[in-house]
Design a protein around this ligand. Structure first.
Ligand code: ZN
Length: 213
């Protein structure tokens, strides 16, 4: 974790990691540092990393695939996913199902209508600058008090958010995380105010929580 400070920590096949190892990620994901205690000594190391993880949708990997090859029972799928604890999943802001790419699509030419990497980079840079100018730090590092200040929502949007939180069984921590992602979506769109559409999109990006995968 400390080696990936200010970079990306990528964990492939996330459920294959020992549960104890995965739980150790929780505190650094909040605080940006890791404390290691050995006998009478204790040391803090920086660990502000971006966690990126990949996993199969089920033990065989074919759940949701067009081939229909998956024969896993709901119990097997539940046990497999249960290896990722609720508190850890809570801290993963974007959870997306990525379908298998068909061979034809893979060898076909790149879609000429797709947004170029240069263009995406300019949007990301602009959004990052907006965050630095507003709060002096990225949205991900906003405290609850700063979220109140920088991510105000109207009564209707708050109602939508609260209803979704109840339906998805999300914690107070996830509530704040959804607001920070929504603020980033608004920043990427160049929008000053946080609208219901930004919050709705942030909620849609939590597919595992919504049971969409
Ligand atoms: Zn399966």
């Amino acid at each position: 974790m400390t080696l990936s400070h200010r970079g990306i920590l990528f964990l492939d096949e996330l459920p294959e990691f020992d549960r104890g190892v995965l739980e150790v990620l929780r505190e650094p994901l909040e605080s940006g540092q890791i404390t290691i205690s050995r006998a009478a000594r204790q040391s803090d190391f920086p660990a502000r990393f971006q966690l990126v993880a990949a996993m199969n949708p089920c033990p065989c990997g074919y759940l949701g695939d067009v081939s229909g090859k998956c024969r896993c029972s709901p119990d097997q799928v539940g046990r497999y996913r249960g290896r990722i604890s609720g508190p850890l999943l809570d801290r993963i802001d974007l959870q997306l199902f990525v379908p298998r790419v068909e061979r034809e699509a893979l060898i076909a030419a790149v879609d000429p209508g797709a947004e170029s990497s240069e263009h995406v980079r300019s949007r990301v840079t602009a959004a990052s600058r907006r965050q630095a100018e507003r709060a002096g730090k990225p949205n991900a590092q906003l405290t609850p008090r700063e979220i109140e200040r920088d991510c105000p929502v109207d009564a209707q949007t708050r109602g939508l958010l609260e209803a979704a939180m109840t339906r998805m069984g999300l914690s107070a921590r996830a509530y704040h995380r959804v607001l920070k992602v929504a603020r980033t979506i608004a920043d990427l769109a160049g929008a000053q105010a946080l609208a219901a559409g930004h919050v709705g999109e942030a909620l849609r990006l939590r597919e595992l929580d919504r049971g969409q995968i």
